[in-house]
Design a protein around this ligand. Structure first.
Ligand SMILES: Cc1cc2nc3c(=O)[nH]c(=O)nc-3n(C[C@H](O)[C@H](O)[C@H](O)COP(=O)(O)OP(=O)(O)OC[C@H]3O[C@@H](n4cnc5c(N)ncnc54)[C@H](O)[C@@H]3O)c2cc1C
Ligand code: FES
Length: 257
């Protein structure tokens, strides 16, 4: 695993993807170490006396030719709101790469990636990096309503895209686990998920019933991001583990869900 770095990266893009999600692209003046799907960065929130702690965000995309890293930031509270107000040309202090990656699928695996809310970021990054045939990759993205979904059509080149919305305004109506792909879970070799806890818990239950390998990326509250403050502890069958160093990716068999 690459050494952790603290770098000032320059904002080269900050675009609203919808009313609450922003794509922030950051550029380094030097080459960026390899960052893999599931890993995250801890970002300092600038120009505020109120927010001392960095905020964790999954890496959504990397471009090693341009030395850029992209994040999808959803406005949740004060820190994420402030972050989305950053201007092109400003610098952000970022600690990376943090955490462990998803287990890469084998070349002939059929995989199901399920993302909800800000959890779409690591799922789309994994779809891109997995290097599988398009027909072996199914991406299922869930949201409350069509407006909460961001435009991800360019990811159709990496797999088959499906949507759910709770109000039925895009894709199938209901939660992700009510989608028709969940009727045939045994056709997948591996399932990966990231999103709200309740969503991941119901996916884990279905994957367990079907006996399919499943990894989830947890979004526990974090402070330091590198195993010192112990505020991100998750009880597991291997004991209490720091999500920031032992995760955020966990096999569902290791979780006490
Ligand atoms: C490994 C990891 C990867 C993440 N990746 C992304 C990402 O790619 N995109 C993205 O938009 N967000 C991501 N998050 C969530 C993001 O870190 C939080 O939304 C952010 O820290 C909230 O900060 P804030 O100052 O806006 O909210 P705060 O003011 O700190 O909190 C506002 C409210 O939200 C609650 N809250 C804060 N953080 C979380 C959380 N992680 N889960 C549930 N409730 C929370 C607080 O308890 C509080 O009630 C990730 C979190 C983790 C741990
Ligand atoms: S965030 Fe500090 S130990 Fe995990």
């Amino acid at each position: 695993m690459s050494k952790k770095e603290v770098k000032n990266l320059v904002v080269v893009e900050n675009v609203a993807l919808n009313s609450t999600n922003f794509l922030i692209k950051l550029k380094s003046s030097e080459s960026i170490p390899k960052i893999e799907p599931g890993q995250f960065v801890n970002v300092e929130i600038k120009d505020t006396n109120e927010i001392f702690l960095r905020r964790p965000f999954s890496v959504f995309d990397m471009d090693y030719t341009e030395n850029t890293m992209s994040l999808i930031v959803k406005i949740l509270g004060r820190g994420s709101k402030k972050l989305t107000e950053i201007k092109k040309g400003e610098e952000l202090s970022v600690v990376f790469p943090l955490g462990k990656t998803f287990t890469y699928p084998d070349i002939n695996d059929k995989i199901l990636l399920v993302g909800g809310g800000s959890g779409v970021a690591p799922m789309l990054f994994l779809a891109k990096e997995a290097g599988l045939k398009k027909d072996n990759v199914t991406m299922l993205l869930g949201a409350r309503t069509s407006e909460d979904h961001i435009n991800v059509q360019k990811y159709e080149q990496y797999g088959n895209l499906y949507f759910t919305t709770e109000d039925g305004s895009l894709g199938e109506k209901g939660f992700v686990t009510a989608h028709s792909v969940f009727k045939n879970l045994k056709t997948y070799n591996k399932i990966y998920a990231c999103g709200p806890d309740a969503m991941m818990k119901s996916i884990a239950k279905e994957a367990d019933k079907a006996g399919v390998f499943c990894e989830v990326s947890l979004e526990n509250l974090m402070a330091c991001g590198f195993g010192v403050c112990l505020c991100c502890i998750e009880p597991t069958v291997k004991g209490n583990l720091c999500v920031c160093t032992e995760g955020p990716v966990f096999n569902i068999n290791d979780l006490k869900w």
